[in-house]
Design a protein around this ligand. Structure first.
Ligand code: GSH
Length: 201
């Protein structure tokens, strides 16, 4: 049984829940973090005061993309593309997602969590420009292949799948990315995506 700790309105928790569904293992999630606060027991597992944390048997792990890699290795090796270099490309997209998250953070926080009258439009505009620029990089890859690491859905599609959901949901003029839209239609049909596709809060 996989136990996932973290509030579901966190992108990093969504990724882990989606990956857990992909493994076919039984899993349970407990709210913690954000408005739920933290217990001393949780902080003993994850002293970063961040979510998510995964627990399986007597093993606990934090850092969302490390958790994704562990879940694929332990329970769903088919999610990895075959070969050292293909696997390195999966790692590349998973690490790159954190750059995208940094770019999207201000836009997301301002547009979702700050009252309209109090929003910092300069921060929003900067964030929109940065995410549009980054999405054009991903668009180039998806113009050549259906998924981020090639012909099949894999572990690398999960992190950016979760962030692309938010990007499409936010109310601004997105860059023209027909291949990302096509990819997104496909990844959002995965059963685990239902845990990503919740109202933004
Ligand atoms: N690099 C970490 C980042 C974790 C992180 O920043 N989590 C955010 C939510 S997405 C968080 O815990 N924020 C504080 C909170 O929810 O209390 C990971 O990928 O797990």
């Amino acid at each position: 049984m996989l136990t996932i700790w973290g509030r579901l309105n966190s992108h990093n928790v969504k990724k882990v829940v989606w990956a857990a569904v992909e493994t076919g293992q039984e899993w349970v999630r407990h709210d913690i973090g954000g408005s739920f606060g933290y217990s001393p027991e949780y902080l003993a597992m994850n002293p970063n005061r961040l979510v998510p944390t995964l627990v399986e048997d007597d093993f606990s792990l934090w850092e969302s993309n490390a958790i994704l890699r562990y879940l694929a290795d332990a329970h769903a090796p088919h999610l990895w593309p075959q070969g050292l270099r293909a696997r390195a490309l999966a790692d590349k997209w998973m690490d790159w997602q954190f750059a995208f998250a940094d770019a999207q953070r201000d836009g997301f926080l301002q547009m979702v969590r700050v009252a309209e009258a109090d929003r910092d439009t300069a921060r929003i505009e900067r964030s929109i420009a940065e995410t549009n620029k980054l999405m054009l990089i991903m668009e180039e890859t998806l113009a050549k292949q259906p998924f981020l690491t090639g012909e099949a859905f894999g572990i690398a599609d999960i992190p950016m799948g979760a962030y692309a959901y938010t990007w499409f949901k936010l109310d601004f003029a997105q860059a023209d990315v027909p291949n990302i839209r096509r990819w997104f239609e496909s990844v959002s049909a995965r059963p685990g995506f239902q845990y990503v596709a919740i109202p933004l809060t």
